[in-house]
Design a protein around this ligand. Structure first.
Ligand SMILES: C[S@@+](CC[C@H](N)C(=O)[O-])C[C@H]1O[C@@H](n2cnc3c(N)ncnc32)[C@H](O)[C@@H]1O
Length: 487
């Protein structure tokens, strides 16, 4: 017989025997109708557990499935807020939680059944990173397992979580993280729940400053703020702030910071006058439209537009400036998402590979303004994609850089002399940002970078000519942008 908690034991046929032959309370033997909720289980934790399971088993995105699940299960208000905090917090902290669980269980986590591991992560997160009392954290976890798998596995979860609860997070870090004096990056990566390779990338991008790295990782490990965009021509940021209870943003003239609540409840969002969009993304889209390029014939291009956040802002500004945006996107599904947000705006959506725009769309070169918001690792928006940091691999970078190089070369070939290309990524990885831009600009005759700092207008933008935003400095995602023109 396998050990309780081992990858073969969960829901195993021997469960009845281990629990004395009696059907476990609400367990598998009770032949529970899955549509009938088990009253012994807290619906908030159950939703969090179900999302964590979907993320682990089928690579789901927590921030896409949780809101839908909460609506379907009629979980709202404070319960929805708690479910969100527990789900996203647990997903973000996974690597550090796993190290603690492995120490407490005295076995590597890959020897623990996945379904138990989801609950252990959820319980450990509550014990170490919330003010939820230890009894509530342990008991609700045990109930989750017992209702599905019975007494044996729930006993294992109980034992592990009780062991976890004997120390606070700081003590676990002292025990498990590499000492700061020997391995600064490893220590901070553990403390702020990032894979080490990502902490190394941030360290390089931040000029090898330990203080900056600590602040960046801490900001990334925190709950992200909600930023709204007021679509120009539809509603002003002041009006949106007033009607949503938010506060006008620091840098983008379209931005509103929403202090809490569900953005879906904001009337202006329901009407399509506003949307949810990080302030850094707003600054990128706006920068394309305000660059001084002399006469503008109004031919604008968004080369990688899905799901359409920046295309919608570009389109709203284009409407005011009597311009037109061609928006390209390689994926059908994401092109549909763009169409959904650019209705009534002067935007044409093309499903096409932007590595050969003329060949794939028939569009003429000679665009005045081009946005290339390139596919990237997304290391700059990890706080908004809870599980992403544990999914990304260093090897992803190579393929993406090759694609970015092709796309940026194409963008420069499509812009008219004196026009502007804004290259952006939601990643601060030097290979995808400064390195890539220097490489491509250096290899194309007549192409040169112009100072992008004036197009962004935020504080603390360094020496230029590119701009790197950071959550811990600007409160935005870590968006990078470079502005390029050609003679
Ligand atoms: C970073 S996202 C763009 C985000 C978008 N600008 C926004 O603000 O909503 C990059 C997009 O490029 C698309 N993409 C990837 N390769 C492409 C290609 N070769 N041609 C066109 N689009 C591509 C991806 O499907 C993805 O939707």
């Amino acid at each position: 017989m396998s050990r309780p908690g081992s990858s073969r034991s969960y829901g195993s046929r021997s469960e009845g025997a281990r629990s004395g032959g009696r059907p476990a309370r609400g367990g598998r033997d009770a032949k529970r109708d899955p549509k009938v909720r088990d009253k012994t289980v807290d619906p908030v934790r159950e939703a969090a557990r179900d999302v964590l399971r979907a993320v682990r088993e089928r690579d789901a995105y927590a921030n896409l499935i949780l809101p839908k699940m909460l609506r379907e299960r009629h979980i709202s208000g404070r319960d929805a807020a708690l479910a969100t905090e527990l789900t996203y917090g647990t997903a973000r902290a996974q690597g550090t939680l796993d190290a603690v669980i492995a120490a407490a269980a005295n076995r590597p986590v890959d020897e623990i059944d996945g379904k138990l591991l989801d609950v252990l992560r959820l319980g450990t997160y509550q014990l170490l990173r919330t003010r939820i009392g230890a009894h509530a954290a342990v008991d609700t976890s045990v109930d989750l397992v017992r209702s599905e798998a019975g007494i044996g596995p729930s006993g294992f979860v109980n034992a592990v979580l009780r062991k976890v609860s004997q120390r606070d997070e700081e003590l676990w870090i002292d025990q498990l993280a590499p000492p700061m004096a020997d391995d600064l990056i490893g220590n901070l990566a553990f403390r702020y729940a990032h894979p080490r390779w990502i902490a190394e990338v941030f360290f390089e991008a931040l000029g090898r400053s330990a203080g900056q790295l600590q602040a960046a990782l801490a900001a990334d490990d925190d709950r992200p703020p909600v930023h709204l965009v007021a679509r120009p021509g539809f509603i002003t940021a002041e009006e949106l702030a007033l009607t949503s209870g938010g506060e006008v943003g620091r840098y983008s003239p379209y931005c509103v910071y929403l202090p809490g609540g569900d953005p879906g409840d904001v009337e202006a969002i329901r009407q399509g006058y506003a949307g949810v969009q990080d302030e850094g993304s707003q600054l990128v889209a706006r920068s394309v439209t305000i660059a001084d390029i002399g006469t503008d014939s109004g031919r604008w291009l968004d080369m990688c537009a899905g799901p359409g956040g920046k295309a919608a802002l570009l389109g709203a500004i284009a409407d005011i400036d009597s311009a037109h945006v061609d928006a390209l996107e390689i994926s059908d599904h994401r092109a549909d998402l763009i169409r959904g947000v650019v209705r009534d705006l002067p935007v044409s959506v093309h499903v096409a590979d932007a590595r050969d725009v003329v060949g794939n769309t028939g569009l003429e070169p000679g665009f005045d303004r081009i946005l290339l918001d390139a596919p990237c690792t997304g290391l700059g928006s990890l706080r908004r994609r809870p599980e992403a940091r544990w999914r990304r691999k260093p090897s992803d970078v190579t393929d993406l850089v090759a694609l970015q190089r092709q796309l940026l070369t194409e963008a420069i070939s499509l812009v008219r002399p004196g026009g502007i290309v804004v290259y952006s990524t939601c990643s601060p990885h030097p290979a995808e940002t400064t390195g890539l831009v220097a490489d491509v600009v250096g290899s194309v005759d007549g192409a040169r970078q112009v100072d992008a700092r004036g197009l962004v207008g935020a504080d603390d933008l360094g020496d230029g000519p590119h701009v790197q935003l950071w959550p811990h400095i600007h409160g935005t995602d870590a968006m990078f942008l470079a502005a390029i023109t050609k003679d």
